[in-house]
Design a protein around this ligand. Structure first.
Ligand SMILES: Cc1cc2nc3c(=O)[nH]c(=O)nc-3n(C[C@H](O)[C@H](O)[C@H](O)COP(=O)(O)OP(=O)(O)OC[C@H]3O[C@@H](n4cnc5c(N)ncnc54)[C@H](O)[C@@H]3O)c2cc1C
Length: 335
């Protein structure tokens, strides 16, 4: 297993933040990953698993060994209408979704164009437009970072919730592959208003999964900045969830507040709306800013440092707390 030293990470994170890894490895298979873990454990080095770097903020250099899993491969097996898709951790999510559509394996269309790797998808239970990974995840195959032991997690063992899982909570596992459960029968989900609206604009009354994917891609491209052009890490803050009492107090004071009732009685608030109400949409401080069209997305105007990103994040959090008494949590992992 090749271990590199003093590796720059700027081109390996979508916010383009400069950081250096003292040690870096990209194992192509499970055995090589175990060898890299052995190396780190023998030197008592902390380990950071890095996927596509689209949901990570380097506020400083990571200590120890950065492991970027290199496992690839997509293999389908079938049980009647069900398709079980075994996918290596380093497969790009966007390319994977396109490939499933080309092969008519349905289920991932609403998750089109989410950047990052398949191995990272379970970590924050990626989700968009009314669907989340948990709806289609069958198993996660992982290695215990400390002991090197392999383990298979079933869907319920992943402890998925909104943008969360046991892998995010513990950071104890290196995910080597995932198995998705898709279907040969379409299950169209157009409950999200913007998808429906786009299909109506196109005059489509009976959408196929490919129509849904195209609508999602259109909406995403018209809304979200492309990190290849404007470095960013997608939604910088999670939508906060509050209890109904608190929501009613907020609604009395701010009748236009944007909210989504949750099945458990709690209420999810739109973080973008809260930030916009604080007058911060389009606001910049030095080389970091809030996107002018999307208040949830922080962007790098040039040579931003991780510290500058965290300073602006604090301004946003403090402003929302002052005005609404609501705490905003940063969605990407901050190093
Ligand atoms: C423009 C843009 C739009 C986005 N839109 C969405 C969206 O709609 N919905 C959504 O949910 N997310 C979205 N994101 C966030 C991001 O795409 C997802 O979180 C994605 O899953 C991150 O994948 P990654 O490979 O880049 O992970 P990284 O950023 O490299 O890592 C993220 C976390 O996962 C861990 N990790 C990565 N790989 C592994 C592995 N193999 N084993 C164990 N841990 C691992 C890392 O340690 C880190 O904690 C968006 C990001 C951008 C830049």
């Amino acid at each position: 297993m090749k271990i590199l030293t003093n590796q720059p990470l700027r081109h390996l994170n979508s916010f383009n933040l400069q950081a250096n890894a003292s040690y870096f490895a990209s194992p192509a298979n499970v055995e090589a990953a175990k060898a890299a873990l052995d190396f780190a454990n023998s030197k008592v080095l902390p380990i950071l698993v890095l996927g596509g770097g689209t949901n990570i903020i380097f506020s400083k250099d990571p200590h120890g060994l950065v492991i970027k899993p290199g496992m690839t491969g997509r293999k389908a097996s079938f049980d009647n209408n069900d398709v079980y898709l075994h996918v290596g951790a380093n497969e790009g999510w966007t390319e994977l979704v396109e490939w499933t559509l080309d092969n008519q394996y349905w289920g991932l269309e609403n998750l089109s164009l989410i950047p990052g790797t398949a191995g990272a998808a379970p970590v924050q239970n990626i989700g968009a437009y009314g669907v989340e990974l948990a709806d289609h995840l069958y198993q996660v195959h992982a290695i215990d970072i400390k002991t090197g032991q392999e383990r298979v997690f079933t869907n319920s063992e992943c402890e998925f919730s909104y943008r969360n899982s046991r892998f995010k909570a513990q950071q104890k596992w290196l995910i080597t592959s995932i198995i998705l459960k898709l279907s040969l029968t379409p299950n169209i989900r157009t409950g999200y208003g913007t998808i429906r609206q786009r299909l109506i604009e196109l005059g489509i009354t009976k959408p196929t999964p490919v129509d849904v994917a195209k609508a999602v891609i259109y909406i995403r491209q018209s809304k979200l900045p492309d990190p290849a052009i404007t470095p960013n890490s997608g939604s910088f803050f999670s939508n906060p969830i509050v209890d109904r009492n608190k929501f009613e107090l907020l609604e009395d004071k701010f009748p236009d507040i944007v909210s989504f009732a949750q099945p458990d009685g709690q209420v999810k608030l739109a973080a973008a709306w809260l930030i916009e109400q604080c007058g911060l949409k389009g606001f910049s401080k030095g080389t970091v800013g809030i996107h002018p069209n999307h208040a949830l997305v922080m962007i790098n105007h040039g040579k931003a440092t991780g510290l500058e990103v965290m300073e602006l994040a604090k301004i946003v959090q403090d402003s929302v707390m002052d005005r609404f008494k609501v705490s905003l949590e940063i969605e990407p992992r901050v190093i």
